[in-house]
Design a protein around this ligand. Structure first.
Ligand SMILES: C[S@@+](CC[C@H](N)C(=O)[O-])C[C@H]1O[C@@H](n2cnc3c(N)ncnc32)[C@H](O)[C@@H]1O
Length: 322
């Protein structure tokens, strides 16, 4: 899904006002901090320029990851959520993604860093009505007390910043706030996957219904040295290339996600775990199914299944088991 034009233009205008040379340095420092200091509950963005560097360099990718996760999840729901709570909202990427796919009536953003919240709010001022009217709350999800409830609760790229011992209580609070759907998105790294695997076990223990991407609630069948992740392709603007370097016109954001619902809903029969292998007259899909992970060769003679395989991408649901 395309990064919204008004959002891109607002970020570019603010970057121009600040000066791209100084933002490049902020972006480099930010990247180092995220690589070296995440996962310990540390404050990683503590100035307006750092928040702007985050929005310019990371927001297109986190927007893309949340939009992809929602695109895989929403078709499984009987009713689309109309209210959103975005926890650890940062500069609001998950809200923009949800707004692009849902008819939102109300949006609440919870964020503890004032500079992220200020920028998120300023960016939303030029966005659709639901985002212009978003309520921003300054709060820390590691602290006690209930969160405001919403039909969709999203926490994207947040759990990984918290201390491991804070995560179970935060997950409970997120789940208690979710009236219909809880979406967790993390980087598509072994560590991001490990954290979500822990969240999966914890939330299943709270009777949450796992909707996606897993086509079952059994133990994850992946071997210990593998991790389930998906990729979304994100167009790189001129500003993004200036700040991050490199000339490639796009980048591939790897992400992991989990979607839990309150109500049982029909899950996908299988989930495609790798890019389909295409040969003449045959497409081989690596599928996760309720029984196992394995390869399904689909041939031309399989008719409608072959047509489905031709359109299929990694991360999509697939209507057949192995
Ligand atoms: C990597 S950013 C992700 C922002 C946004 N969700 C996105 O996908 O682009 C993580 C955000 O979570 C916020 N955060 C981290 N720990 C938090 C906590 N304990 N309570 C509230 N917000 C938190 C950070 O301040 C930061 O804005």
């Amino acid at each position: 899904m395309e990064f919204p034009l008004p959002l891109r233009m607002s970020i570019e205008q603010k970057a121009q006002d600040t000066g791209t040379a100084s933002l490049t340095k902020e972006a480099q420092d930010l990247s180092l901090r995220y690589r070296g200091e995440s996962g310990h509950g540390k404050r990683l963005v503590t100035s307006d320029r750092q928040a702007l560097a985050y929005a310019a360099v990371r927001m297109p990718a986190t927007f893309g990851a949340v939009a992809s996760a929602l695109e895989h999840t929403l078709p499984l729901l009987a009713r689309s959520p109309a209210t959103l709570l975005d926890v650890g909202a940062g500069t609001g990427a998950a809200c923009w993604a949800a707004d692009a796919l849902l008819d939102l009536e109300s949006v609440v953003c919870l964020e503890r860093e004032p500079y992220m919240a200020q920028l998120g709010q300023a960016l939303m001022a030029g966005g659709p009505a639901a985002l212009q009217n978003a309520r921003w709350l300054s709060s820390d999800i590691a602290e006690r007390g209930p969160l405001p409830r919403a039909q969709l609760v999203a926490a994207s790229y947040v759990l990984g910043e918290m201390r491991p011992e804070e995560r179970p209580a935060a997950l409970s609070r997120l789940w208690d706030a979710a009236e219909s759907l809880l979406l967790l998105v993390e980087p598509g790294t072994p560590e991001g996957f490990r954290q979500l695997k822990e969240a999966r076990a914890f939330l299943l223990g709270q009777k949450a219904v796992l909707l996606a991407p897993c086509p079952h609630e059994n133990a994850c069948p992946l071997p210990p040295d593998d991790w389930c992740h998906f990729t979304c392709r994100v167009a790189r603007s001129r500003l993004h290339r200036q700040l991050k370097g490199g000339e490639a016109p796009y980048e591939d954001e790897k992400f992991c996600y989990l979607a839990f619902s309150r109500e049982k809903a029909p899950r996908a029969a299988a989930r495609i775990l790798r890019h389909p292998q295409i040969e003449s007259g045959r497409i081989t899909l690596r599928l996760c199914t309720p029984d196992r992970i394995g390869d399904l060769p689909v041939r031309k003679r399989d008719g409608s299944l072959f047509k489905a395989a031709r359109k299929a991408n990694c991360g999509d649901a697939f209507p057949s088991e192995i």
